[in-house]
Ligand binder design. Structure first.
Ligand SMILES: CCCCCCCCCCCC/C=C/CC(=O)SCCNC(=O)CCNC(=O)[C@H](O)C(C)(C)COP(=O)(O)OP(=O)(O)OC[C@H]1O[C@@H](n2cnc3c(N)ncnc32)[C@H](O)[C@@H]1OP(=O)(O)O
Length: 323
């Protein structure tokens, strides 16, 4: 109804003097070269549209106010994703699915950036829900692990900018989520952060390790991973596991916003491509070993020694909670 069906077409004169050498070598060479020449123009056009979107007045409606994840966009156009699965935001299948969907929503809404935080006053996330790994239903365990991989791909490899306002403890999977962001502000106090898997008698997957090795030095990462080190906030700052210490959650969010503001004058496409190139290697590694990684996880769950370790760990957690 009055809409153009073709909005950009180029008719190439294949017999023009400038095209004759290539056309005589290869059919349609003229069209191909015209297409190549058009690419930079389209790139700039797309970039201009994207810039315009980024600078448009914000407060866009973003629907998913789900029970486990709250996703809002503030007046600066920054998406705030709040994990809200009491008591400790342990990452079970349902929470992971909601995080995955919310990350899709942020990507679609072209927010200025995203800040990940928690509704709990003392726990950012307790990591993977141990009950998903203890005596599991194997079909569900497979979906659980695949969804965790998806969340990591979407968060670590997001083209939008990300920051974590860590307002409490962040062990294991909680630490992974925060390290997958580009910046971390953590509330000072008695909280701890780290990959403590070996303490549970389990082994952090290679992509957890890669994420840590790209956050802190290889030497610090090896020591931390093998000793199940949980860093205090001061220690985390010292080895650059976090970027700043905040006084409270609001301050952590403000510090993350200040970080995101740095990108205001940077063309978003250039920023996104740079980020993705920097993160390309671990992403490709998991892409190529994705199925093997799932199988390793499943066979690891079938190991009686692992189940025994998990059982003892759950008992210890319950006893501690009961005190
Ligand atoms: C051997 C060969 C292997 C070869 C290769 C293997 C490759 C396979 C890869 C497999 C890797 C799997 C990777 C896993 C990563 C993870 O994320 S594992 C999870 C690790 N998480 C933790 O260790 C954290 C444990 N929790 C805590 O330390 C504390 O709860 C807290 C500091 C986070 C908070 O403390 P507090 O506020 O005092 O709360 P609590 O009273 O301790 O807990 C309240 C409540 O929550 C339950 N809970 C805590 N954490 C979890 C959890 N992660 N999952 C499930 N449930 C959790 C806790 O038991 C309490 O429950 P009740 O109130 O008693 O019911």
């Amino acid at each position: 109804m009055g809409r153009a069906l073709v909005w950009d077409a180029t008719c190439v004169d294949s017999l023009a003097a400038s095209h004759l050498p290539s056309t005589s070598q290869k059919a349609a060479a003229a069209a191909e070269s015209a297409q190549m020449l058009k690419r930079p123009k389209m790139f700039l056009l797309r970039q201009a549209v994207s810039n315009a979107r980024q600078l448009a007045p914000s407060v866009r409606a973003m629907s998913s106010k789900g029970p486990l994840v709250d996703l809002t966009v503030d007046n600066d156009g920054v998406a705030i994703m709040t994990l809200q699965r009491p008591p400790v935001n342990s990452l079970n299948l349902d929470l992971l699915k909601e995080i995955s969907k919310s990350l899709d929503d942020v990507a679609k809404n072209k927010s200025r950036g995203m800040i990940l935080t928690s509704s709990s006053p003392t726990v950012f996330s307790a990591g993977l829900d141990i009950m998903e790994m203890y005596k599991p239903d194997m079909k569900r365990a497979e979906e659980f692990w695949t969804t965790l991989q998806d969340v990591w791909f979407k968060l670590y490899g997001s083209s939008f900018a990300t920051a974590a306002a860590i307002n409490g403890h962040a062990p294991a999977g909680g630490c992974l989520l925060s390290m997958s962001c580009e910046y971390r502000a953590m509330v000072g106090g008695k909280f701890t952060i780290g990959l403590n898997e070996t303490a549970l008698g389990i082994v952090a997957p290679k992509w957890f390790m890669d994420t840590m090795c790209r956050t802190i030095s290889m030497r610090q990462a090896e020591l931390a991973l093998t000793t199940a080190k949980m860093f205090t906030v001061d220690e985390a700052l010292k080895c650059e596991l976090i970027d700043e210490i905040a006084t409270d959650k609001a301050d952590a969010i403000n510090k993350c916003k200040t970080f995101l503001k740095k990108f205001e004058k940077i063309p978003p496409l250039a920023r996104a491509i740079t980020k993705l190139k920097m993160r390309e290697e671990p992403i490709k590694n998991l892409q190529t070993s994705r199925q093997a990684d799932v199988q390793e996880f499943l066979s690891f769950l079938k190991n009686p020694k692992v189940q025994q370790s998990l059982e003892m760990y759950i008992q210890a957690l319950k006893q501690k909670a009961a005190k």
